[in-house]
Structures are given as structure tokens and as C-alpha cells.
Design a protein around this ligand. Structure first.
Ligand code: GSH
Length: 229
């Protein structure tokens, strides 16, 4: 096997938590492709592949180096066309872009505030210092002040999922009867929260929680390979 996925971890190097890396982990499982996971902390990312990136995921596949979860999914479908498709064709690719935008603009900004201190607390000391000095200017306030806003975000988070909830009353996956990359796009941030935070993000009985549990079961329970916080 000549395939390596660089995955962001906290102090515990057996617990990859990045939402974007999880999109790629399920993409590789969907394609039935084996890989080594190389755990990195935030401060190690610039050393990956001789400085090839500032962000993860990064996939080394033989002589190919591919960055960005969406580009990796496109690459996998193009490099391994005989394996189950992640997009189901060009229309699926285009619609997955919408799902990515919705997830990035609606789910990620709320979730990061809800779980910010849990992320911080899970990191190794050098990464905690980096996380504080890089995130506080971005938010314009201390991590603790951002986390205060997360209390309100948690109360309104379920409502943000209503478009997905309504869809899941008609079909088991965003991809239809079976999952596609669009499912993994939304799975990623919820898995991020599951792994770093003990907070209840989805209430029992919510169709979105039922879908999330179905996603955790996919590909021999790949999503359950890391336990909940
Ligand atoms: N659009 C990229 C986003 C990747 C991204 O933001 N990765 C974060 C981890 S979740 C990262 O590497 N952050 C490094 C840093 O903030 O220094 C993708 O989909 O792969």
C-alpha cells in the first residue's frame, strides 16, 4: 500500500478529529481503498511533504499529492472509476458544491463556537498555544468569549438542519438510497463535534441523528473507529 492520509489530531494521536479529514476518510472507505493515517498536530501541518500545504487533509497516493477534501474526492472518482462513485456523475459533482457551501456557511461557523473550548482542551500544549494565537485574531475576541456565544448557538443549531431533516423524511441519504460525497460533507462537521465534545448536538428522535448514526455504520463502521468524547 502506497497511500497516506495526513490527519489532524489533538494530544491523542489515535483520534483524528478534523471535519475535512473525516470527509476524506469516508471517501476512501467508500472507494474501498486502504491507506496509512499519519497523525499531525496543528503545528506540524507546515512540515507535511516538505511544506506542501498549510491545511489538511492531504492525500499522498503513489506519485500523486492531492489537497482539499473536495479535490481529493474528485481525484478518487477520476483515478478509480471502477469503484463506487462518490458523486454519481457531473450533476452530482455540481450539487455537492452547493452542499459544501451550505455546510461551510451554516454548520461550521455555529459548530466551531459550540465546541471551541473542547477543541482547545483536546490539543497538545504547543498546539493549544497556536490555536489561541491563530483563532483569537480571527474571531476578534478571546477563545473563552467565543465559547460564550456558543451557548446561544447550541440552542439554535437544530433549526439550521431543517433542510436536511426535511430531505431525510423522503430518502435515507442525501445521495438518495445510498450515500454520496454530499453525505460525507455534512457528516464531517458532526463527526468533529462527536469526537471532541461531550455536548449533545442532536437530540434523540431527530431524523438527522438517525441519518448520522447510519453514516457512522457505513463501510464497516469506519466512523465509529474513533469513539465519542
Ligand atoms: N477546504 C479545505 C479546508 C481544510 C481545512 O480548513 N483544514 C483545517 C483543519 S479542519 C486545517 O488544516 N487547519 C490548519 C490551521 O488552521 O492551521 C478542505 O475541504 O479540505
Amino acid at each position: 500500500m502506497n497511500r497516506t492520509l495526513y490527519a489532524l489530531c489533538g494530544a491523542d494521536k489515535s483520534r483524528p478529529f478534523s471535519p475535512h479529514v473525516w470527509k476524506t476518510m469516508l471517501s476512501l472507505a467508500h472507494k474501498g481503498l486502504d491507506y496509512y493515517t499519519k497523525a499531525v498536530g496543528f503545528t506540524q501541518i507546515p512540515t507535511i511533504e516538505n511544506g506542501a500545504t498549510t491545511l489538511v487533509p492531504v492525500l499522498r497516493d503513489g506519485d500523486q499529492l492531492v489537497r482539499d477534501s473536495f479535490d481529493i474526492a474528485l481525484y478518487l472518482d477520476s483515478a478509480y472509476p471502477d469503484r463506487p462513485s462518490l458523486f454519481g456523475g457531473e450533476g452530482g459533482q455540481a450539487m455537492a458544491r452547493f452542499v459544501e457551501s451550505w455546510s461551510q456557511l451554516t454548520l461550521h461557523p455555529a459548530l466551531v463556537r459550540i465546541i471551541l473550548m473542547d477543541i482547545h482542551d483536546s490539543l497538545a500544549p504547543a498546539d493549544q498555544a497556536f490555536f489561541r494565537t491563530s483563532r483569537e485574531p480571527r474571531f476578534g475576541m478571546s477563545l473563552e468569549a467565543v465559547a460564550e456565544t456558543g451557548i446561544g448557538e447550541l440552542k439554535t443549531f437544530a433549526a439550521k438542519l431543517e433542510p436536511l431533516r426535511t430531505t431525510l423524511k423522503k430518502q435515507p441519504f442525501i445521495g438518495g438510497e445510498t450515500p454520496l460525497f454530499a453525505d460525507y460533507i455534512v457528516f464531517g462537521p458532526l463527526q468533529w463535534a462527536r469526537i471532541v465534545s461531550p455536548k449533545t448536538i442532536l437530540e434523540p428522535g431527530d431524523p438527522v441523528l438517525d441519518w448520522f448514526e447510519r453514516c457512522l455504520d457505513l463501510h464497516n463502521g469506519a466512523g465509529r473507529s474513533v469513539t465519542a468524547a
